[in-house]
Design a protein around this ligand. Structure first.
Ligand SMILES: Nc1nc2c(ncn2[C@@H]2O[C@H](COP(=O)(O)OP(=O)(O)OP(=O)(O)O)[C@@H](O)[C@H]2O)c(=O)[nH]1
Ligand SMILES: [Zn+2]
Length: 384
């Protein structure tokens, strides 16, 4: 499996990787940083023009339906296609589908390639070229001398299905917080070494209520750390710590799921797309993602490790309740957890309520605006 993890790192560096089966070698390359030289080098190495592999979410955002049952499709490319066009087909906001032949369902290697891109928090799109039989020996030599990384397709598929994200409890310490003086941070690391999650234990665990107050908080660097006004995350983080403390203690799980699981680089891309008029769901779809890419396996493992089975969840998100219940946790209560509405996050909160079914009516109807908003209104008079 270490080869798979190495492949993810090579892809994050923009390097091609070879996916190998006994019959075939397939060269794959991420879209980030691709230029015309890299595009033709890929075709030369493989002896075939590459195709562009995209998710069906991306295809839908181009206004085209995927063949029945396909999760990903391949658009064949010709030698006349420029890298800038290919990158645009993969991730730019545009209405026109590419003028190439109809999409074919992606092969097993191509589907696996997109899973590697996702795990590496790259845009889930790839260039893919089957290595011609006449080039296989040369390809094997490049793999042997370390120029290219080769990884068995079988391993990539098992990596995607398996328990590679088993958590290890790594370290812990008391960290008194402004909103909860008695707090203990426990750090967990996924076994492939890629991501770390935190359990913040508030109060004395022996005195926690029978249904332990729990907040599942997905990381949001911009909101949690910088107080971004584009979302409600920073305020939710702090008010939930305070609420847990007031309820006699409980747990905040701080999950490495930046940008609903798409990663910070892609969240910033999605923000750029939202600035052109798309909402948060459509912007993610342009980049090839579904409306919410999060999985809660890590949260379930941390609760198991902490021997917590009955919880009261602080959330407005029905998916989190469903994920916990499906994972065998008894969710016996739910408490709302709001941030403040302001003119920068109103559209985002509306989209969460309307498109993802979050319970945010109270916030959206309250016209509860922050001091900062009031200040802004005083000076600009531009409150909608
Ligand atoms: N992709 C994407 N992610 C965003 C955007 N705005 C915020 N996020 C992310 O959305 C996630 C919000 O997570 P949570 O705070 O757990 O909130 P939630 O799913 O709304 O659920 P509750 O707060 O529990 O009701 C964080 O990972 C943010 O980084 C956006 O416009 N696009
Ligand atoms: Zn946020």
């Amino acid at each position: 499996m270490r080869q798979v993890e190495r492949a993810i790192f090579d892809l994050r560096r923009g390097l091609p990787v070879v996916l190998r089966t006994p019959q075939d070698d397939v060269l794959i390359q991420p879209l980030e940083g691709i230029d015309d030289t890299a595009l033709s080098a890929l075709a030369d190495m493989a002896g075939h023009a590459p195709g562009l592999v995209i998710t069906t979410h991306r295809l839908a955002s181009l206004g085209t339906h995927a063949p029945e049952g396909a999760d990903a499709v391949r658009l064949p490319l010709g030698t006349h296609h420029r890298a800038s066009d290919v990158v645009a087909w993969a991730m730019a906001a545009m209405a026109e589908p590419p003028g190439v032949q109809p999409p074919a369902p992606a092969s097993a290697a191509e589907t696996a390639a997109l899973n590697l891109m996702r795990r590496g928090q790259l845009v889930p799109a790839a260039l893919s070229a089957r290595v011609d039989a006449t080039r296989r020996e040369a390809m094997a030599a490049l793999i042997d001398d370390g120029t290219l990384l080769g990884v068995a397709l079988d391993d990539v598929q098992r990596y995607g299905e398996g328990d590679t994200t088993t958590l290890k409890r790594i370290s812990e310490a008391n960290v008194p917080l402004a909103d909860a003086e008695q707090a203990r941070f426990v750090l967990f690391r996924e076994s492939d070494g890629l991501r770390e999650h935190l359990a913040v234990l508030v109060g004395d665990p022996t005195e926690w209520a029978d249904a332990v107050p729990v907040r599942l908080h997905s990381a949001c660097l911009t909101g949690d750390l910088f107080g971004s006004l584009r979302c409600d995350c920073g305020e939710q983080l702090r008010t939930s710590v305070a609420a847990i403390s007031e309820h006699g203690g409980g747990i905040l799980l701080y999950l490495a799921q930046e940008g609903r699981g798409i990663g910070l680089a892609n969240k910033l891309r999605a923000y750029g797309l939202q600035d052109t008029g798309l909402d948060t769901v459509d912007a993610d779809q342009v980049l090839g993602f579904g409306e919410d890419e999060r999985q809660y396996r890590a949260a379930l493992q941390m609760l198991a490790e902490l021997a917590v089975t009955r919880i009261a969840l602080l959330t407005n998100n029905p998916d989190k309740i469903a994920a916990m219940s499906l994972g065998g946790i008894d969710v016996v209560g739910r408490e709302a957890c709001y941030g403040k509405l302001n003119e920068h996050n109103r559209r985002y909160l509306n989209a969460k309520a309307e498109r993802a079914g979050h319970w945010l009516e109270d916030v959206l109807e309250s016209r509860d605006v922050s001091d900062r908003h009031a200040l802004h209104r005083d000076t600009s008079g531009s409150l909608e």
